[in-house]
Design a protein around this ligand. Sequence first.
Ligand code: SF4
Ligand code: SF4
Length: 342
Amino acid sequence: MLSHDLNREMHVESQTNRCEDRIPAVSKLSLIDLQKYLPARVKYTLKPFYRRIFPNRLVAILNPTWRCNYRCSYCPIVTNFAYTSVVPKSDERSGEDWIQALENLPPAAIYIAGGEPFVYADLPFLINNLPERHSLIGIVSNFSSPASVYRKIHKRIHLNASFHREHTNSDEFLAKIKELAPHFHIQVNIVATPENLPLLGQISDELARSEVALHVDPYVDVHFQYSTDQLKALQPYLAHDRNPETQLNFDDFSQKRCSAGRNYVSFSPDGSAYTCYAGMNFIHSTLYSEIAKGKDLSQYRMRNIFDPGFKMNATDSVCSMPCNLACDRDSAIIRPESLTRR
Ligand code: SF4
Ligand code: SF4
């Protein structure tokens, strides 16, 4: 499952309206303590606001595998570009390895993505034994594994069930949700591809009848733009934290001051670390070759978490590339460089 499954809108903020400037030091401390005890459901509800509430808390996206049992036609991780050509199964690290490496990472809010995380056999072991200093925001999954696989996780965590109509239908998908709902907090996510757009109302109603929340993500693809009519059809289903017009702007090469790499990181299945999903795409994905051509991309590559000297960056960086993926926009603090120089 990929970044567009996780998406939220970037908050390009002026220095004066940042929450960290408004929350006094004492309450910031209590909030950090408090969030350790929040149930997964509440923690996930806070996800869109997480960066505002916890400005310096590390957010890590851990992708234990790039493999997936689906081949969605719109997928930039599995189908349109295969990240298994960068990190194949043979280079994936074990759950035990990840647990050890995570012991050395500063306390983080971790989100598990991929690929389909549940095709990674060690996932339940990894989640059940996640070091206490970290909290799990959730796991995104296409819900195709048998319920018994999900039930190997012995914590009431948040599962982001991603609905891919090319591979399943509403009845099958809803049946799995009902089976797992007593054990996990579940929210459904769907990507608003042109094929899904006309069905959003129907899907939303079906889920509402089962009391399941739907989150709709714009379809972000470098070769795609919505028509005016499509944008109009999409608008009623978008949460305030999504904005297709800015997310689909691939021409924004303005300078942005960004905390990715300092308080946000994305790990590939072999432990390679990137400041953000977009940075990883600029470096590896042929879908971004044109945008990335001739650019110095070294700032997006960090050391491998399994290297003894792995450290997060000490400072923010200046990025001049388009920032389109909402998981990055959710998790990094991104401000126009012109504002930070004032
Ligand atoms: S379920 Fe579909 S969109 Fe998600 S990772 Fe697999 S192929 Fe990609
Ligand atoms: S693409 Fe640039 S602005 Fe966006 S998260 Fe990555 S480093 Fe930050």
